[in-house]
Every structure is written in C-alpha cells, then in structure tokens.
Design a protein around this ligand. Structure first.
Ligand SMILES: C[S@@+](CC[C@H](N)C(=O)[O-])C[C@H]1O[C@@H](n2cnc3c(N)ncnc32)[C@H](O)[C@@H]1O
Length: 266
C-alpha cells in the first residue's frame, strides 16, 4: 500500500469507510452472516474471517458463535480496535473471546486451528494472483474435510497480473482463473448465486473429497430479487393510480361492472 492509502484506512474515525462504502456497512455485514448461516454455520463451528477489517460481519458472528470460535486476520490493527470500540464493546469480547492476528501474508496456519467455515469477503477483489494462491495454499492446510470457504471476487474479462494489493480500486479475474488458482492448490471452486451489494461474485472453495452436499441457495437469492422487483412494481402502480385519466378509467370500469350486475338474471 502507498502512504496515502495507509492514511486513508488507518484513520480511526474512518473505520467504516475504510472497508467499503460506509452507507452499506450494515447490509454488507448482514449478507455475509445470512450466507454462512444458510450454508449451515452453527454456534459450535470454528470460523476464520480473512481480512476481517473493522468487524463489519464480525459484529454479527462474534455474538452468535460460542466462546473462542471466531478467528479474524487483519493486518490493519486500528480497524479491529475501532470495530471493538465502536461496534461491539469490550464486555462482549471478554465473554466470547475471539482470536485475532495482524498477519499480512495470509498465514492462515498462524492460529494452529482447523476450521468449519472460512470467509474472505472483498479480499480477492484487491489481491494479486500470488496472494490468492498463497491464501488457497494456506487454506488447504486448515480446512476440515467438509469446510466451506466462501469468498468474493470481481469478475472481469481480464486477469490482474500485478504483484501489489490494490486499494482503493479492484483487481479482476475470470471465474476460470479463480478455478485454476484453487485447483493448483488442491481445492475446488464453484460459483454460487448470492447477492452482493457491490456486485462482486461469490464462490465456494471446497476440499475435493468433501462428503456433505451444499445447501441450495438459488431460491432464496431469487426470492430477494423478486421482492425487489415487486417493490418497484408496487411503486409504479401507486403512481399510475394517482393519474387523473387512470382514475377516470377506473371509475368508468366500476360503473360498467355495476351496470352488468343489474342486467344479469337474478
Ligand atoms: C475491502 S476490506 C473488507 C473487510 C471485511 N472483509 C469486510 O467485509 O468488511 C479488505 C480488508 O482486507 C485487509 N487486508 C489487506 N491485506 C490483507 C492480507 N494480506 N491479509 C488479510 N487481510 C488483508 C484490509 O486491511 C481490509 O480490512
């Protein structure tokens, strides 16, 4: 990172804006929490949150999970400190005892713990191919057989070939490239249909000898889309109903129905 970017992300007042658009901080955390619980995360599971930032999703996962089950890696320790101070509170940390590391080399083995779930939200959207490869290589060592590693990336036609972490700004990859990177480290990669407020794409990284099936999410995702569309349609209809010509047409239509009712044999 450049000095300017470090200033931007290390300003304690900016702990929300440092990890993405501050106005969708809440929903960005909620979509992560909802996804993992729908995929089967339960309170007794071990969760690793790679690049946990200011605990945007950690503030939901930490109270949900049992004591000592949440693990977060975040090189920028100001973000964790502010997340605890502004979003969680020290008392909850004392009760739940999450584990944190400020490692900046994707050393997922640093906790000496294997995991049921791993999350990397908006991490591969800033990472180089070498960093993603390193992350997958480390993940392979700490993923239990049925572990689900959910991650986002920005799908594009070009594959970023630089060596640097890019922030602000994003790196893009094809789905094929993400699959190749996972497969080169002995893992599989499959896309899933789950909404993302910033239009990133979700993928699941899995062990090839996994035995459990992945819960179906497609319907839930479709339902969310339908609800959005329904809201737009309702607003359109409400607007149309206020139009004087439409109101007149509706009045005529009601009168015609009443007239038909009078004519029909009793
Ligand atoms: C866009 S933010 C996303 C934060 C969080 N996942 C969320 O959804 O709120 C990217 C985060 O990755 C962190 N990061 C940068 N380099 C990293 C590395 N080598 N390992 C883990 N996290 C890293 C940044 O400090 C930042 O907090």
């Amino acid at each position: 990172m450049t000095t300017q970017q470090e200033d931007f992300t290390k300003d304690p007042k900016n702990y929300r804006g440092a990890v993405g658009p501050a106005e969708i901080y809440d929903v960005q955390g909620a979509t992560q929490f909802n996804l993992l619980t729908l995929l089967g995360l339960r309170e007794h599971n071990f969760l690793l949150d790679i690049g946990c930032g200011s605990l945007r999703s950690g503030k939901l996962f930490i109270p949900y999970l049992l004591q000592g089950k949440y693990y977060g890696i975040e090189p920028n320790k100001v973000l964790i400190e502010q997340g605890i101070k502004q979003e969680i509170c020290q008392e909850l940390i004392d009760i739940k005892q999450p584990h944190f590391s400020n490692d900046s080399n994707f050393s997922l083995t640093t906790f000496n713990q294997s995991f049921d779930f791993i999350l990397a939200q908006s991490i591969f959207s800033h990472a180089s191919q070498a960093q993603i490869k390193r992350c997958f290589s480390e993940a392979k060592k700490v993923m239990k057989k049925n572990c689900i590693f959910a991650a986002t990336f920005v799908k594009g036609e070009e594959n970023y070939t630089g060596d640097e972490w890019v922030y602000p700004g994003v790196t893009t990859y094809t789905l094929e490239r993400m699959k190749e990177l996972a497969e080169s480290e002995g893992l599989t990669c499959q896309p899933i249909d789950w909404p993302h407020p910033n239009l990133q794409s979700w993928i699941l990284i899995l062990q090839p000898d996994r035995e459990e099936s992945i819960p179906e999410l497609t319907n839930t995702s479709k339902l969310l889309t339908l609800e959005r569309e329904l809201k737009v349609c309702r607003a359109r209809v409400a607007k149309m109903e206020k139009n004087p010509y439409i109101q007149l047409a509706m009045k005529i239509s009601r009168k015609v129905e009443q007239f038909k009712g009078k004519l029909s044999p009793k």
